[in-house]
Design a protein around this ligand. Structure first.
Ligand code: DHE
Length: 511
């Protein structure tokens, strides 16, 4: 619809079919498959001026030419001429005639109940409900539910297109919610492994977070620039919050994180140097003790989800939290280094020495030499940084065979597992001793195929590794002997998530 409007106006303005259609044709040929026919996003983000503000000057041309680190965005420099790239970039900076309104009424109008779903009285399978795994198969847009003891696939069901980020479980582990990059949120009942309902909470979304009390699901959106808060019970809309910084500028939400001890959601923002904390508890904790609140006045006192805005020196769009959620370590995908912000006092308290685009979201913590350390991969360098979480000093940098994306461990395991996601050694998985920080084994499960993303079962007995390929698999290893036990064929299994590890916020896994 929007696409045909653009065509018409471009045709009439320039009066020549060939000349006028060129940027449209370039877009349709090279970009639409990921970014949507209407430029509103799909697998990739929306390509409209509102979401390209940070790509000023010739930066957008550079991204089209060289691709974008740590994303699925390929380089087009060898397929398109410099002129074509400039034409395309100019076209993408042109506003769309209209952007769909995605308010509460619109979201609720998209709700689809699964008419075949009948709420079960209890689990309709014999597996330990807390040792299930949900495996996201992005290759053909499905999830598989896996028994963590027998290692059998119990069921497989379709998801919306391009699920991204970790699925989120209700605190009792019964329900799982998944989100796709085009904004659909799906609720699945693990008792009978059936879809309950789905709703489109945004046009272009990033990830979801579950409130500690299990009542609310927050959806981080790029488009529109909002946070959607859904009731987990029936996926109705509790609130759609516009994200506007103190400077009046609207911002995309890079990610939303759950901070159960604080009864809040914490938001990383893409376009303004602020952290937002959105409280869902009856009596927002720390309210009145924090300087931001005093400075800003009674922000949101009357709202059902009051907001606290913490000002930062720089934009931070990738976070890692201490286990007690007092500290947030933040980094910018565009920048160098990182910062630590104390959420209680609402201030930056330390700088982090983190070169090479750290991927803090994949960080894990464990105890070493009487202190808690965290490790994070770097998306540009073949190195893992290990940081002391009391002094915030870098304890070590472990050299790997290439930049990695994901890390995992378990309290019952002596090892952490680190993939090498990028470069010629992307088929490699390192197993690292958590105390000596030495690589004890380098596995190459399928030469030439990306080995990525690890998850342990609830006891730390098995380790599941993804073979990230259309003709892929989940490979199960014995966590102690590091021997392969089993291969379960899967279609590009991107991530897998153990119910117990997730609902207990296990230190070795992502939250
Ligand atoms: Fe992710 C998690 C952001 C690219 C697969 N990714 C996350 C999270 C964030 C994030 C904020 C944590 C959310 C959560 O779990 O609630 N990802 C980003 C990016 O900004 C980045 C670099 C660029 C982008 O395109 O958005 C990016 N991510 C990718 C990919 O290209 C990956 C490899 C393939 C894909 O599916 O898009 C990818 N991201 C994942 C996965 C997780 C994830 C599998 C969940 C990890 C976990 O174990 O929890």
């Amino acid at each position: 619809m929007i696409r045909s409007i653009v065509f018409t106006s471009v045709f009439s303005a320039l009066g020549s079919v060939v000349a006028a259609a060129e940027p449209e044709v370039l877009f349709a040929t090279h970009c639409a498959v990921c970014h949507g026919d209407d430029r509103l996003g799909g697998l990739g983000p929306a390509l409209i001026p509102e979401s390209l503000r940070r790509l000023k000057g010739d930066k957008l041309e550079a991204v089209i030419t060289h691709g974008r680190d740590a994303t699925q965005m390929p380089a087009f420099g060898d397929q398109l001429s410099t002129k074509d790239i400039a034409t395309l970039a100019a076209f993408l900076h042109e506003p769309l005639p209209e952007i769909p309104v995605w308010d509460a009424a619109k979201i609720e109008s998209t709700l689809v109940q699964n008419e075949d779903y009948i709420a079960p009285a209890g689990p309709e399978h014999k597996a330990d409900p807390l040792n299930l795994f949900v495996v996201v198969e992005t290759g053909d847009h499905h999830i598989s539910v896996l028994d963590g003891d027998t290692l059998e696939v119990l069921n497989r069901l379709p998801t919306p297109l391009a699920v991204h980020g970790g699925p989120k479980f209700s605190p009792d582990g019964r329900y799982v919610f998944v989100m796709s990059r085009d904004g659909w949120v799906q609720k699945v009942d693990l008792w009978n492994m059936s879809e309950v309902a789905r709703v489109r909470a945004g046009v272009n979304s990033r990830n979801i977070a579950m409130s500690g009390d299990g009542k609310w699901l927050a959806v981080a959106n790029y488009l529109p620039m909002t946070l959607t808060i859904l009731s987990t019970e029936d996926l109705s809309v509790a609130e759609v919050k516009d994200i506007v910084g103190k400077n009046g500028e609207a911002s995309r939400v890079s990610a939303v994180y759950q901070a159960p001890p604080r009864e809040s959601f914490v938001l990383a923002l893409k376009d303004v140097p602020e952290i937002w904390e959105v409280f869902y508890g009856e009596d927002p904790p720390f309210y009145g003790f924090v300087h931001d609140f005093r400075d800003e006045g009674p922000l949101g006192y009357d709202e059902s989800f009051p907001v606290r805005q913490i000002t930062l020196p720089d934009v931070l769009d990738d976070f890692f939290f201490s286990q007690d959620y007092e500290y947030v370590m933040g980094a910018s995908r565009d920048g160098q280094g990182g910062q630590v912000v104390d959420l209680v006092i609402g201030h930056k308290i330390a700088d982090l020495d983190l070169p090479g685009m750290p991927h803090l979201g994949s960080g894990i913590t464990w105890e070493r030499d009487g202190t808690t350390v965290m490790a994070t991969p770097h998306l540009r360098d073949g190195v893992l940084s290990v940081i002391d979480m009391e002094t915030w000093e870098t304890v070590d940098q472990i050299t790997t065979e290439g930049p990695g994306f994901f890390l995992r461990s378990h309290v019952n395991s002596n090892y952490l597992w680190a993939d090498v996601f990028f470069g010629p050694n992307r088929d490699v998985m390192h197993v690292i001793d958590k105390q000596s920080l030495e690589i004890v084994k380098t596995l190459r499960p399928a030469p030439g195929k990306t080995a990525a993303h690890v998850e342990f079962d609830r006891y730390g007995k098995y380790v599941l590794v993804s073979l990230w390929d259309e003709d892929g698999a989940v490979i199960v290893y014995d966590a102690a002997t590091l021997e392969e036990i089993k291969r379960l064929p899967m279609v590009k299994p991107s991530g897998k998530y153990n119910v117990f590890n997730k609902i207990t916020f296990s230190a070795g896994t992502s939250h």
